[in-house]
Write a protein that binds this ligand. Structure first.
Ligand code: ZN
Length: 196
């Protein structure tokens, strides 16, 4: 009998999502690719800031509007420098920003995105003996089901995960029916370690 240390799984997407929107050149909806490049357009004293996307079929560009007619003085200097430098992390953050994409009428394609996990062992001990608690850290809105996540990363089949869930060997205090739901940032899963 022993107490294990709490773990965290940070889910890191390996790429940025494409979006679906109407392409005026193709004359229908198409997939657009995040170019990870920003464009700043001066408009008298104000500026527009866009993240540039490109139609996967015809290569025509489309601008995701981030700021419209804003005075550059009202933008944080560090942030402004990142726009100028085409900061890749910033392009990823906007690439996953559901609110901004909704405003721009573009739909994120979040299914089947590749990701990796950074496992962190914390200094805190689990509350119960012979249990491993794992906190899910998912800052990006990934469309991954919990059972798939656990199956892939604990390397046990989805059926086994379901059996463990039914037997209460894998549970969450936050929610009861979480197994088939999407991953949620901050969710904590507890796994009872068997001794067979
Ligand atoms: Zn097109």
């Amino acid at each position: 009998m022993s107490y294990l240390k709490k773990k965290q799984w940070a889910l890191i997407p390996d790429s940025v999502p494409e979006v679906i929107r109407y392409c005026s050149k193709c004359g229908r909806k198409s997939n657009f690719i995040n170019s990870e490049k920003f464009r700043i357009n001066a408009n008298r004293n104000n500026i527009d800031i866009w993240l540039i996307y490109q139609c996967a079929k015809c290569k025509s560009t489309w601008n995701l509007s981030i700021y419209e007619r804003i005075n550059p003085k009202n933008i944080n200097k560090k942030l402004y420098d990142k726009f100028l430098a085409n900061d890749k992390i910033l392009a990823k953050e906007y690439g996953f920003d559901v609110t901004i994409h909704n405003k721009n009428m573009s739909e994120l394609i979040l299914e089947n995105m590749d990701y990796h996990i950074i496992e962190i062992e914390t200094k805190e001990y689990c509350e119960k003996e012979n249990e491993q608690s794992i906190e899910i850290i998912s800052e990006f809105p990934l469309d991954i089901r919990m059972d798939k996540l656990l199956s892939e990363n604990l390397r046990i089949s989805r059926n086994q995960i379901k059996d463990m869930f039914d037997q209460g060997l894998i549970y969450s205090q936050d929610e009861k029916k979480w197994l088939k739901k999407k991953v949620k940032n901050g969710m904590i899963i507890n796994i009872v370690i068997s001794h067979d």
